[in-house]
Design a protein around this ligand. Structure first.
Ligand code: HMG
Ligand code: MG
Length: 302
């Protein structure tokens, strides 16, 4: 077995996690969450998205949140930018990295970003070129790489097709997302293998929602394929407004517990991460959606 000895986690809680919340979350709370995540040792945080506020009202305070963060050296702050309008708005807040997000499924592409896969690539191309010219790293996200809420199962060939298009326009790193958490390890492995036809393993990450409780198993499968970068969400927050019923990303706390238990380094302080999850869960008036966080909090209370 060839498990990487070090893993990088990108906490997407402030973006993927909070985008789906119906109740308003003040910018100050989002900023505090980012501060707590960086204090816990996260070296990359997906802070917000520059999308239409009509589509995703919760992210309308994107510029305020970015402006309010006290940046820590060694930490990268990434934001989603679906088009030039979003990129130009994002540029003012100086992200280290932008994310263009497409889908392996045509129906999801239409529902999520209001265009076909081919049109999305046409929209992303100038964004990628402008970002790279400005020295901003470009990550791509591929949604619905194993299953789609509208089209059902997605063949690995369609993942490979999208990965090739992303590579063709200069996207530097690509995320393989199981948007609705229906992936099981072999299906996820096939989606990753299709991606590895176009990107080196150091430029691929996993982004697994945990709707059906498969995300840790899928993470382990990806690790066995040599993938060492994952998007995870503190307290298991998350979901996509255009993927009804899908729950959050795999909880960062659960992934960190698994990795540390395997002797894999993350640079993350699990106790501080649990505190960050308890902070945002307290604000949202619910318990963290993380087994490891629950166990640690129960142990502390005992
Ligand atoms: P559209 O309506 O097709 O855009 O939306 P348009 O270019 O026709 O413009 C229409 C109006 O929107 C115009 O305003 C534009 O200025 C404005 P008006 O003239 O009517 O006043 N507009 C914008 N405003 C702010 N920021 C922008 C922007 N673009 C246009 N960037 C668009 C296309 C992509 C904007 C829209 O469909 C959208 O915002 N979708 C939201 C998608 C989203 O945020 N989804 C959730 C994140 S993706 C995700 O969660 C999946 C991921 O986690 C991986 C996984 O799990 O699968 C990444
Ligand atoms: Mg997601």
């Amino acid at each position: 077995m060839n498990i990487p000895s070090r893993v990088k986690l990108v906490d997407v809680g402030p973006r993927d996690g909070l985008q789906n919340e119906k109740q308003p979350v003040p910018a100050a709370v989002k900023i505090e969450l980012v501060h707590r995540l960086q204090a816990a040792g996260l070296t990359e945080i997906e802070v917000t998205s520059f999308v239409s506020p009509k589509w995703v009202p919760q992210m309308a305070d994107n510029d305020e949140v970015m402006a309010g963060i006290q940046r820590q050296s060694g930490v990268r702050y990434s934001v989603l930018t679906p088009n030039m309008t979003g990129f130009e708005a994002a540029l003012k807040s100086k992200p280290d990295e932008i994310v263009v997000f497409g889908a392996a499924s045509e129906a999801f592409s239409q529902r999520n970003i209001n265009c076909s896969i081919a049109e999305s690539i046409e929209r992303f191309a100038p964004v990628v070129a402008a970002a790279r010219a400005a020295g901003i790293f470009v990550r791509g996200a591929m949604s619905c790489t194993v299953g789609c809420p509208y089209e059902g199962e997605i063949a690995p060939e369609r993942v490979g097709y999208l990965a090739a298009l992303m590579k063709g326009i200069g996207v530097q790193h690509i995320g393989v997302a199981d948007t609705i958490g229906v992936g099981t390890p072999l299906k996820v492995a096939r989606a990753i293998e299709a991606t590895l036809q176009h990107y080196g393993v150091d430029d691929v990450s996993g982004h697994f929602h945990d709707t059906y409780g498969q995300a840790l198993a899928n993470t382990l499968m990806a690790l066995q394929l040599g993938v060492w970068q994952f998007d995870t969400s503190v307290a298991g927050l998350g979901g996509c407004p255009y993927a009804k019923g899908a729950t959050g990303n795999v909880a960062s706390e659960d992934v960190v517990f698994m990795l540390h238990g395997m002797g894999v380094e993350t640079g993350i302080d699990l106790d501080l991460l649990v505190d960050a999850g308890a902070f945002i869960s307290g604000f949202l008036e619910r318990k963290p959606n993380s087994r490891a966080a629950t166990a640690i909090l129960n142990k502390r209370a005992a």
